[in-house]
Ligand binder design. Structure first.
Ligand SMILES: [Zn+2]
Length: 217
């Protein structure tokens, strides 16, 4: 290729890149803070009172505005095993829900499906106990589907919308691309990706790890 042909090719390439950027083809991909959701439960106010004799009490704020870790802890009792000292997240919800990993599900002896938080119809139940009470949930045990919380502003700069699925590469000790990560958009959220303990351990996740979007569907 002579010099003139080379200049022409470079000019064409630059024009292509600039046009693509101005057409909205270039979006940011990250960094997205990746947080590990350890096993936890959400309780209805009725179930909280049945277990603790009082509404839930605040221990520490979580990354999502309004969400908090409670002082209360529960025991999960499944057909094959029990797990103690399980975190309770507040505020109370309409229905109680238990979020565990696949590894937990196997240890407890429940066949928990991967579901979006809140989508609990037809899921298995579980017995929950405190020092003061015991309750039986007829449903509500899930493995939470991995997801990213983001604001409408984040969604615009990443070029995604609520309900989209993306692939995210975790820049961790054992880097991993997680596919089918659900995008959840609300002005009540703050930017964070949530994975469970199995996903985190498989990637060598540590606190402070970021992710970047590698594909949009
Ligand atoms: Zn979440």
């Amino acid at each position: 290729m002579n010099e003139q042909a080379l200049k022409k090719a470079v000019t064409e390439l630059i024009t292509l890149v600039l046009n693509n950027a101005s057409a909205g083809g270039a979006h940011e991909n990250g960094p997205i803070p990746v947080e590990l959701s350890a096993r936890h439960v959400h309780l209805s106010e009725k179930d909280a009172i049945a277990l603790f004799g009082a509404p839930l009490t605040h221990a520490r704020d979580l990354s999502q505005p309004g969400q908090f870790l409670c002082k209360e802890r529960v025991r999960l009792i499944g057909p094959k095993g029990v797990m103690d000292n399980v975190a309770v997240l507040g505020p109370s919800r309409g229905k109680s829900q238990v979020e565990i990993s696949r590894t937990d599900a196997r240890a407890l002896g429940v066949d928990a499906p991967v579901r979006l938080s809140g989508d609990i119809a037809g899921t298995p139940g579980m017995v929950l106990a405190s020092q003061n009470g015991i309750i039986g949930l007829s449903e509500g045990v899930i493995v939470a589907a991995r997801h990213i919380h983001m604001t409408p502003q984040d969604a615009a700069r990443f070029g995604v919308k609520d309900g989209d699925k993306v692939s995210v590469r975790l820049a961790s000790e054992r880097p991993l691309v997680l596919e089918d990560v659900l995008v959840r958009v609300s002005d009540k959220f703050s930017l964070a990706m949530h994975i469970d303990a199995d996903e985190g351990n498989s990637a060598g996740w540590k606190k402070g790890i970021d992710g970047v979007i590698t594909a949009r569907s």
